[in-house]
Write a protein that binds this ligand. Structure first.
Ligand SMILES: *Cc1c(COP(=O)(O)O)cnc(C)c1O
Length: 396
């Protein structure tokens, strides 16, 4: 049965008068999430207290929720575990990958990667005597060489929406004896990811963007089952121990993906995420991808036809693009503030990028048409050129 996107849109609370094109930063609230969190507080935390870890299944929740995400990223059951933040999961994955290639020093990434991933890899490199090598996104394939330990790539570029070829890069890395870590921050819930089909080694991602788990929702990590019993993370927390409640003095890794857990999981946040994942149950990822392409193509065509003041900053070919589109404008920050004042919410990324995320679960072609109209009006009438639209807030 084809996915019913009218139904998925109804599952979200979208404030009146708002056209939301920022689900690539923070997804909107699924209507059920508020009730689920309230139920968790009143039925579980308040009534069960510490027994909730067993009775309400809080302890096994990171795996159960992980299984629900696995289907969305082309992974199998028992292969994904939740917890911590994405930055920490990047550390877990890259450190474990490097440890599997101890005679090699190079971690390769690209300059389009999100700074936190690069900062984490740089810090790890200092600690384990490795080298972080950063090249332009177009040069990644050519930079894969025999000294490479780990290829650390974010599949979809957070600024431009450019999508790397996971299969081709993974195969090339493997031919040169390296392992791959894929960051799916802008892929999970946005495009049709196929981790097992691509033969990827490690993957990580966050759940507050296209998966709509809410601010601070836990991250996920996946290890290819062929490596899961060999991978040794550096952050050896008690929840990743083979027997956490034996309170042994020595660390022994838990079986498989469980060893990637670190400490106590964020149970309240996971309740909201679990409700958000209900919306995905009847979503076919091929339908999602087709709709994402329709939305982004229509937006590019509309903006290019009506807004000569901006230039496209995303690949034109949809096969090389994720589910977001960005345009450049010298006064991009003020233009975005003016858009937000008119109810069209995207975001701004330095130095001059207007970024728009299209989430097929709740965005439709009417949203696209409305956003194009408002943007064209703001640019043609230069209404962005007001002093208050130039004032920068802490979070852009
Ligand atoms: C959003 C994002 C992050 C954010 O990491 P947190 O630890 O969740 O704050 C990291 N990496 C990439 C590629 C991102 O897009």
């Amino acid at each position: 049965m084809p996915t019913d996107f009218t139904n998925t849109r109804r599952a979200f609370h979208l404030p009146e008068g708002v056209t939301y094109l920022d689900g690539n930063s923070l997804g909107p609230m699924p209507r059920d999430a508020a009730r689920r969190v309230a139920d968790m507080m009143t039925d579980e935390w308040s009534q069960m207290l510490i027994t909730g870890w067993n009775k309400a299944g809080w302890y096994v929740q990171p795996r159960k929720v992980g299984d629900r995400i696995a289907r969305l990223i082309g992974a199998g059951p028992g292969q994904v575990v939740m917890g911590d933040t994405l930055s920490i999961k990047v550390f877990q994955a890259v450190s474990a990958a490097r440890a599997l290639r101890p005679d090699r020093r190079v971690i390769l990434s690209d300059s389009g990667n999100f700074p936190s991933d690069l900062y984490v890899a740089e810090g790890l490199a200092k600690a384990v005597d490795a080298e972080l090598r950063v090249v332009a996104p177009e040069q990644v394939a050519d930079a894969i060489s025999d000294d490479l330990a780990v290829l650390m790539i974010t599949e979809v570029d957070y600024r431009t929406g450019r999508r790397h070829d996971m299969k081709a890069l993974t195969e090339k890395a493997h031919r040169h004896g390296a392992l791959t870590v894929w960051d799916l921050a802008h892929s999970a819930g946005a495009v049709d990811v196929d981790l097992l089909g691509c033969g990827a080694d490690f993957a990580v991602g966050c759940t507050y963007k296209y998966l709509n788990g809410g601010p601070g929702a836990p991250a996920f990590i996946w290890t290819n089952p062929d490596l899961a019993e060999q991978a040794q993370p550096i952050l050896q927390g008690w929840m990743g121990h083979a027997a956490p409640f034996a309170f042994d003095m020595e660390y022994r890794p838990a079986a498989g993906i469980e060893r990637m857990r670190v400490g106590t999981p964020p149970v309240i946040a996971m309740a909201a995420l679990d409700a958000a994942l209900d919306v995905w149950d009847d979503v076919d990822m091929a339908d999602l991808r087709a709709r994402s392409i329709d939305l982004t193509q229509a937006f590019i065509a509309g903006v290019e036809a009506n807004c000569p003041e901006v230039t496209l900053n995303s690949p034109r070919d949809p096969s090389q693009r994720g589910s977001q589109v960005s345009f450049r404008h010298p006064d991009g920050y003020a233009v975005m503030q003016a858009l937000i004042a008119r109810g069209v919410i995207g975001d701004f990324r330095a130095p001059d990028v207007l970024r728009f995320g299209f989430a097929p679960l709740y965005n439709d072609l009417d949203d696209v048409a409305h956003a194009v109209d408002i943007l064209a009006d703001i640019l043609a009438n230069r209404t962005w050129n007001r002093p208050d639209f130039h004032q920068k807030a802490a979070v852009t």
